[in-house]
Ligand binder design. Sequence first.
Ligand code: ADP
Length: 471
Amino acid sequence: MRVLDAECEWEARDPANGVEIAKFPDMGVDETERAIQAAKRAQREWSQATGRERGTLLRKWFNLMIENEQDLAKIITWENGKTLTEATGEVKYSASFFEWFSEEAKRLYGEVIPSPNKSQRMIAIRQPIGVVGVITPWNFPCAMLTRKLGAALAVGCTVVVKPASETPLSALALCELGRRAGLPDGVVNIVTTHDHTKEVGKHLCESVDVAGISFTGSTGVGKLLLKQSADTVKKVSLELGGNAPFIVFDDADIDKAVDGAIAAKFRASGQTCISVNRFYVHSSIREEFSEKLRERVKRFRVGSGFDLATTHGPLVNQKAVEKVRSHVEDAVAHGAKILAGGHDKASASSTDGYFYPPTVLGGMKNNMRIASEETFGPIASIFEFNTEEEVLAAANNTRFGLSGYFFSRDISRCWRIAEKLEVGMVGVNTGVISSEVAPFGGIKESGIGREGARQGLDEFTQYKIDKDCVH
Ligand code: ADP
């Protein structure tokens, strides 16, 4: 792997203080085309290696990630802002996909299908789709990449990666480890870009040499990529935005629900696609839950992710801060009450970074923007409900369907609600749902396809039927 030269550069900045981290080549369509051709050349040999050979390489890469865990974590904290503890967690989570897919590489099972014709046997084999365009976001700069690369490389695809322009360093560091693990040239190609993002994306979608697009990011961009991929009929896999509900029923263990709320809302300062956007709390326990959540949130300390006393780092950029601020202002203008936080930079240790304090809002109503728009920030918004029917209707009243959470000690209610929530992933009495062994993905406008798990291989493979005459 090499990073190609480009005429222009842009710089990524540390979100904790706005200071430049490094300059990167601002590549365009020409460099993207060269990367696609390199991936195409490499794919033939890569796809002909055995699953065991590809798996062994992924395993070496996994080992190198674990050996270099702290360096990778520092890079993530530097360019994304999350705390070093969270960044270390991300590295472990990222590496788990290489470990998982290093094993799955050997298990790309096809099927033997009973034939309707006595003289034939039918076998369905699975083959890699070819070159894949991979576009990743800044919120998990390492994990979103390994979740896609692990599966794509395991089955024999090669990739052209366009990392987010806020966080290119994590992708480059990760791929340097890939090079040390012995990854052949052309199997992973990185296109760093800033000003040419749209053209690079369009070129990946429209190229006849790219067989699939795997994207994680906003719903708007996902829809655009889907449209741009239509003319070449690509296999498209999309992990898009969410608007996760978190329901606390009257029979819930409130302390556990508060723990779950902290994990599902405030991890990465709420900047994850499975972060809770709307808390629905039964009217009989609303006050107790709100008070306990408020107490916990007031103890958070916002600051640089490198400061060990920091519990929550900055948001990724000023645009993110503006969006969070506008959601809070809109809610307050419509009658919401600030129970904790709510003032820009009030509890930040640095005044130059992109900070917004973790906030709890009470008295939320359906006419507020947060009820329907994803905030992507550290705001816990509490709505009140009275009946199961009412809360299910409210929770499902969105075009998004990625994740949902609820807390209840009634087992029959647990099964019932888990089935009726219109999402791809449900956390039942837990705020943590991501794992390399479980298929990650959404329904409705939250996406197409699944990542991680056995199902993650499906996005990068196609079936081919062999009919053999046996008489
Ligand atoms: P966010 O708003 O969270 O940054 P985006 O969807 O804009 O989410 O970004 C996710 C990824 O998509 C990033 O790598 C970004 O550079 C890329 N991206 C943004 N716009 C486009 C586009 N028009 N075509 C291709 N990629 C894009």
